[in-house]
Design a protein around this ligand. Structure first.
Ligand SMILES: C[S@@+](CC[C@H](N)C(=O)[O-])C[C@H]1O[C@@H](n2cnc3c(N)ncnc32)[C@H](O)[C@@H]1O
Length: 353
């Protein structure tokens, strides 16, 4: 059974605002929006960094683009309105406000919607300074705010600090492992400790030496950590994720390490055919507002569908997640390989196709 998430008041307000928006409006959609999305509005373009939302919007008739908020195809000073439910991440919010200063017409409007606890009032002030126009704010209910910021003929040249949102940069962890990453990507500045545990244990878990060859799927790849640590240059890798920034970073990381493979956008592997000899996965905790349980189940079902009959799926999860139980209907063999007190490693075999 699917748990329907509660209706998010900020998302409802975004949808009502879109209905009353002029032609030449742009809706920026990130994970901080709840479903169901409204019916398509023909005059409004939408850009999202989430592939599941993109697929859904395409199917329902929206004029929608999927990217890591690359807005370079839009002519400068061409938009009457930009609507944004403020993202959770500060660099992304600052980047999008900076973009609004380039893209809005004289007297165009940036509409920011969000909760006080999310920093909406501070962001509204910063947007006013950047756009150089007027700010009008309305408190809707509880902590929810609606802010309308107009764009002046002359905008400020002082950009908000977006930590160079668009740029990939090389980082390294304390073991010296280096990788390319960027804001906009899950845990972008660090290596996930669960994923590190899986890679440290992978050879023992599988009973075969690493790095691995064969057809490998990195399901929910992020910047590609599991692949970078586990795959040999003889492997054929498929890395997939729902997030556009993750896909960008992963592509660069594979190329940089000389690994062969494809990097594909998908919602929990839904556009892939497989089969794969090995599947590596550290499933997400949530996707936007969807519940933890739904998304974990979808990752397990995808692994079962995409694994060869004699293949191995290797999952790492927080030790409180009952992955073994959830995997029961999908796999004939389920083994807890290790538990380090924070994370556990589960070895899944004999998929029930
Ligand atoms: C816990 S992170 C693991 C990332 C990476 N594999 C690592 O080990 O560092 C989970 C990943 O799943 C991705 N994700 C979330 N929802 C997804 C979905 N519906 N389909 C595909 N990937 C998704 C996130 O973008 C994130 O990169």
């Amino acid at each position: 059974m699917t748990n329907r998430p509660p209706v998010d008041p900020a998302s409802s307000l975004v949808f009502r605002t879109l209905h009353n928006s002029p032609d030449d409006s742009l809706w920026l959609v990130d994970e901080n929006i709840s479903q169901p999305l409204p019916a398509a509005l023909s005059q409004i373009q939408a850009i999202t960094n989430r592939f599941d939302l993109y697929q859904h919007m395409q199917e329902t008739g929206w004029m929608c683009y999927f990217s890591d908020f690359d807005l370079s195809h839009l002519p400068q000073r061409s938009l009457a309105r930009i609507v944004l439910r403020i993202p959770k991440e500060k660099p992304l919010t600052h980047y999008l406000i900076n973009q609004a200063a380039l893209l809005l017409k004289d007297q165009g409007e940036l509409i920011l919607i969000g909760d006080k606890s999310e920093g909406i009032r501070t962001y509204s002030q910063r947007a006013k300074e950047r756009l150089g126009g007027q700010l009008s704010e309305t408190k809707m209910n509880a902590g929810l705010w609606f802010a309308n910021i107009t764009c002046a003929a002359q905008v400020s040249t002082r950009e908000l600090d977006d930590q160079r949102y668009t740029q990939l940069r090389e980082l390294s962890d304390k073991s010296g492992f280096s990788f390319f990453s960027k804001p906009g990507l899950y845990g972008w500045q660090k290596v996930d400790q669960g994923s590190a545990f899986l890679c440290d244990e992978l050879a023992t878990l599988l009973g075969q030496p690493t790095p691995l060859s064969g057809r490998i799927l990195d399901l929910g790849c992020g910047f590609g950590y599991l692949s970078l640590r586990s795959a040999s240059t003889h492997a054929h890798l498929t890395c997939t994720d729902n997030n556009a920034a993750a896909l960008r970073a992963c592509r660069v990381n594979l190329d940089h390490q000389g690994l062969k493979g494809e990097v594909i956008a998908s919602d929990a592997g839904n556009s892939l055919n497989g089969p794969y000899d090995t599947i590596l996965c550290n499933p997400p905790f949530h996707t936007g507002f969807a519940t933890n349980s739904d998304i974990t189940n979808r990752f397990i079902a995808a692994a079962a569908r995409l694994l060869t009959d004699d293949g191995n799926a290797c999952f790492v999860v927080n030790k409180h997640i009952g992955l073994e139980h959830k995997a029961g209907p999908h796999f004939g063999k389920i083994r807890l390989h290790a538990d380090n007190g924070h994370f556990k490693l589960i070895h899944l075999r004999q998929p029930r196709h």
